[in-house]
Ligand binder design. Structure first.
Ligand code: CP
Ligand code: NVA
Length: 331
């Protein structure tokens, strides 16, 4: 019997495969209810605070919509407008918010911050992205893969790009936990940290999954069920990094040659937002400076029949709803 009541959701390393699978099952139920228009305001009367020290479209909207669908009140605290960080410590903020709210979401910088928030909060704290991990994203990603293929165990997911960041790290963890084969294609300088790789390999021994790191994108993507990439420079990193990252990661772009190198029915995933054209201000700036029209993924792949990025984005809401429900429900 899985019981997640009162638990924090800070990183998937803290959860058993059974617990992760249970959250996925709950998300599937909520998705069906949402699509059928069946009300599910099971947490009526509760209140949540969602803190965003970095920008967000999907995660913020998912917490807001999911919270409201569950019948809860939602308070958004953005990068400005609250005392957090400037005049008030994380520990004090945690104790204040926990006295008014039933759950707290945090998106920001170091994992130690969300951990401290949880340590000082008597109510569940959910990680909406830190520099190191993005656990709610993972639930949506594996849900999307399961919807496509009907199973997860034994499936091969290949991440191409900045693999020592929140999304790369978290994918390695979730694949290991669920008995999937994780391959990272990246230059050595951007491989995930050795300590985390070792931890994941240990988990794989129990689950039947595997972790492979390679600099060879054609070797790495062969036989993949899902190809995944993320931006080359993440939120909080300096704009000056772009030049260096472009040089390092251009060979790891997911283009049609790479996509065709995977299984015939392979899908393309991306946490989004994505630089697949020059339709954004940063995209334009990069084009003007470095002549690149598309970065981590080509527009052709992004818009192709392989792409499941918008299904994946929708699943953010259903999975976040599952996390809130399972950690806040009464019985
Ligand atoms: N994938 C993701 O976390 O998107 P947002 O930054 O828009 O929340
Ligand atoms: N690695 C990206 C993920 C965005 C969802 C970032 O941290 O900006």
């Amino acid at each position: 019997m899985v019981d997640l009541r009162g638990r924090d959701f800070l990183k998937l390393l803290d959860f058993t495969p059974k617990e992760i699978e249970h959250l996925l099952k709950t998300a599937v139920k909520f998705k069906k209810m949402k699509h059928e228009g069946t009300p599910h305001n099971y947490l009526k009367g509760k209140q949540i605070a969602i803190i965003f020290e970095k920008d967000s479209t999907r995660t913020r909207c998912s917490f807001e919509v999911a919270g409201k669908d569950l019948g809860m009140g939602v308070t958004y605290l953005g990068p400005t407008g609250s005392q957090l960080g400037k005049k008030e410590t994380i520990a004090d903020t945690a104790r204040v918010l926990a006295s008014m709210y039933d759950g707290i979401e945090y998106r920001g910088f170091e994992q130690t911050i969300v951990q401290e928030l949880a340590d000082y909060s008597k109510v569940p704290v959910w990680n909406g992205l830190t520099n190191e991990f993005h656990p709610t994203q993972m639930l949506a990603d594996v849900m999307t893969i399961k919807e496509e293929f009907g199973d997860l165990k034994g499936r091969k997911l290949v991440f191409c790009g900045d693999a020592r960041n929140n999304v790369g790290n978290s994918l390695m963890v979730v694949c290991s936990k669920l008995g999937m084969h994780f391959t990272c294609c990246a230059p050595k300088a951007l491989f995930p940290e050795e300590k985390l790789v070792e931890e994941c390999k240990k988990i794989c021994k129990e689950t039947g999954g595997s972790v492979t790191l390679t600099e060879d994108i054609m070797k790495g993507t062969k036989g993949a069920d899902a190809l995944y990439t993320d931006v080359w420079v993440s939120m909080g990193e300096p704009m000056e990094l772009w030049e260096k990252r472009i040089k390092l990661l251009k060979p790891y772009q997911i283009n049609m040659d790479v996509m065709k190198n995977a299984k015939k029915n392979a899908i393309f995933l991306h946490c989004l937002p994505s630089f697949h054209n020059t339709g954004t201000s940063i995209g334009k700036e990069i084009f003007e400076k470095y002549g690149l029209k598309e970065m981590e993924v080509t527009d052709e792949v992004f818009e192709s029949s392989h792409s499941r990025v918008f299904e994946e984005a929708e699943n953010r809401m259903h999975t976040i709803k599952a996390v809130m429900y399972e950690t806040l429900k009464k019985q």
